[in-house]
Ligand binder design. Structure first.
Ligand code: AMP
Ligand code: GLY
Length: 414
């Protein structure tokens, strides 16, 4: 069978690598893919991003299954489009993707179905928002309603900062529409965890927990990035936390999906914060996480294609999802300057000396691998313990070099 993977990041490389392990998979097309998927076994890149053209490509190339990585095509309705044409695709409908695409919608859903989450208010009027912010306690969290590439959340320490944020989001419109509506919510404290899960609309199965590292510098300092590395399992996700997560977050979410008629086969990624009062849901992402996927999938002993088919055929309740009992770590190498300005086109050396690399901002040009983005690649390693996985991932990364290579030195160190 032929599979199509939509997206171009490290997440998509990890998905391509994993599905290629299924013996019945002949070819994995990555649209547009990257320099890593260009040379991955069974993989071929196709330079298409437009949804209609992707559907035509799937029709014309015997694609039996399409897997979508990023949120943007999901919220734009790629799943609905493919399904209308009779094409098999894994991911949420545009309706369900709104749980990621609109924070106000997601919070209303959480409230309606008793999913444990921070108290909040929604504002569409600047003056109303400022009036509320004058009277509230600090710190407070302001979130742009729509997609903002991970930049739409600001923790405000005082009124001045909050006012400034409201003006940037609502008046200066820095997110081009996404910040016209705001969610203002209670500030929570505690370690965070990423719990990916798979659903077929009737059953939901959580994956092994993961921990992302969002800030650019060691110690969690500096601006947020797309994610600088991940470990799996997340050491804060004890049995007790996972039980509370299932009861207070995951199960009410499934109930809500059913009652709202949001029927789909796809991934739900729960971004939680483990507070003194237990796990709270911060956000839904209706897709695989990046870089969590690069750490989680290598630990999955089950076949991903079979798992996805079980979800599409509504047979998840009969699927026994198996995991390696060990741990995993991925460490991202970024271009100097990221998440701000950076150069591209720099030769990458030593990639063959690392055991497992998932490429992201990498292009393959005239037989040479070159940087092509902010987050360039990650090394990923398994171990019996998290510490062993961390050591191996860093050892591998030390074999790789490019001018201006930057990575955090504390991935997985708590
Ligand atoms: P979100 O996109 O909603 O997951 O928010 C992005 C990041 O902002 C989270 O990973 C947290 O670090 C932080 N954050 C979001 N909501 C809250 C909250 N209510 N309290 C404290 N930090 C938050
Ligand atoms: N790692 C967070 C995300 O994928 O959005």
């Amino acid at each position: 069978m032929n599979i199509l993977i939509v997206g171009s990041g490290g997440r998509e490389h990890a998905i391509a690598w994993k599905v290629a392990q299924n013996n019945s998979v002949k070819k994995v097309y990555c649209a547009p893919g990257n320099g890593g998927t260009a040379i991955e076994e069974k993989c071929e890149n196709v330079n298409i991003e437009d949804i209609n053209r992707l559907a035509n490509f799937a029709k014309g190339n015997n694609i039996e299954l399409t897997i979508v990585g990023p949120e943007v095509p999901l919220t734009e309705g790629i799943v609905d489009k493919f399904k209308a044409l009779g094409l098999k695709i894994f991911g949420p409908s545009a309706d369900a993707a709104l749980l990621e695409g609109s924070k106000a919608y997601a919070k209303a859903f959480m409230k309606k179905y008793n999913v444990k989450t921070a108290a909040y208010e929604v504002f569409e009027d600047k003056d109303e928002a400022l009036k509320f912010l004058k009277a509230c306690e600090y710190p407070i969290v302001i979130k742009a309603d729509g997609l903002a590439a991970g930049k739409g959340v600001v923790i405000c320490e005082n009124y001045e900062q909050a006012e400034n944020t409201v003006i940037e989001f609502m008046v200066k419109d820095i997110f081009k529409g996404s910040g016209k509506k705001l969610v203002i919510e209670e500030f929570l404290e505690g370690p965070e965890a990423s719990i990916l899960s798979i659903t077929d609309g009737e059953t939901i199965i959580p994956f092994v927990s993961a921990k992302d590292h969002k800030q650019i510098y060691d110690g969690g300092k500096g601006p947020n990035t797309g994610g600088m590395g991940a470990i799996c399992p997340n050491p804060y996700c004890t049995e007790e936390v996972l039980e509370a997560f299932k009861k207070d977050v995951m199960e009410p979410t499934l109930k809500g999906l059913k009652e709202e008629g949001l029927d789909f086969a796809g991934i739900i990624f729960f971004g939680i914060m483990i507070t003194k009062k237990g796990p709270y849901l911060l956000e839904y992402n209706m897709r695989f996480g990046d870089p969590e996927t690069q750490a989680v999938l290598p630990l999955m002993n089950s076949d991903l294609v079979e798992l996805i088919y079980a979800a599409i055929n509504k047979k998840l309740s009969q699927f026994e999802l198996c995991w390696n009992n060990g741990a995993s770590c991925c460490v991202v190498a970024a271009s100097q300057g990221y998440p701000g300005k950076y150069n591209t086109g720099i030769e990458i050396i030593g990639i063959n000396k690392a055991n497992r690399v998932f490429a992201a901002g990498v292009k393959y040009e005239d037989g040479i691998l070159k940087t092509n983005g902010g987050r360039v690649l990650c090394t990923e390693a398994l171990g019996n313990t998290v510490d062993e996985a961390i050591d191996k991932a860093y050892k591998d990364l030390k074999n790789i070099s490019f001018e201006g290579i930057y990575y955090r030195n504390d991935i997985g160190k708590l």
